[in-house]
Write a protein that binds this ligand. Structure first.
Ligand SMILES: [Zn+2]
Length: 195
């Protein structure tokens, strides 16, 4: 009887041990799965952050490209108007005038570019005062031509169904508003008021 009891106890102990072991294995499996899932989740979050950062970077770069293109369209408007008014355009740039920039020669014209500058200009031979067009109409024409070029570019861009072209139209419109409230607007206003 005593041996049998011991045997039973041994057996029941064995069962307990097995049960405990199987519980441990189960828990370990659960733990492993949880770990793997949370690692998977973390990896997913990391991927999402990376994707968001990449999208933000691409978006910023695209906005810079839009700004630069709109600025060059604006300056091309001034440059064409100055040429029509009889002046010689020396340099068109998206940079600081006379500042550090990548410079490309296109015949007599120099094109300057510095991506770290939010400024664009058109340089003509001699000073603006020397070459200032005599008539009020010419004054309005050369100083308003940049805004005119952006309005025209926005109108053309809106004719396309491509959403990227619509973004370009928005970028052009922003530049129009900024320049109306900046130097161009002031100069056109002065010409209009006859000062
Ligand atoms: Zn302008």
């Amino acid at each position: 009887m005593a041996a049998g009891r011991t045997g039973t106890r041994k057996w029941s102990l064995g069962l307990n041990v097995n049960k405990r072991r199987s519980l441990n294995v189960e828990r370990a499996c659960e733990f492993f799965i949880e770990q793997r899932e949370s690692r998977h989740l973390l990896k997913g979050i990391k991927m999402d952050i990376l994707r968001a950062a990449a999208l933000a970077g691409a978006g910023s770069l695209f906005l810079l490209v839009l700004t630069v293109v709109s600025a060059f369209v604006h300056e091309a408007g001034h440059a064409i108007a100055w040429t029509l008014a009889g002046a010689r355009v020396r340099e068109v740039g998206y940079a600081k005038p006379y500042g550090a920039a990548l410079r490309l020669k296109a015949g007599e014209l120099t094109i300057a570019f510095n991506p770290f500058t939010v400024f664009a200009y058109t340089l003509i031979e001699g000073s603006t005062e020397q070459l200032s067009p005599a008539s009020k109409l010419q004054n309005i024409f050369v100083h308003g031509a940049g805004i005119g070029a952006n309005v025209l570019a926005a109108a053309i861009a809106l004719g396309f169904s491509d959403p990227l072209m619509h973004l370009f139209a928005v970028s052009s419109a922003i530049l129009v508003v900024q320049n109306v409230l900046f130097e161009d607007g002031r100069r056109v206003f002065l010409a209009l008021s006859g000062s």
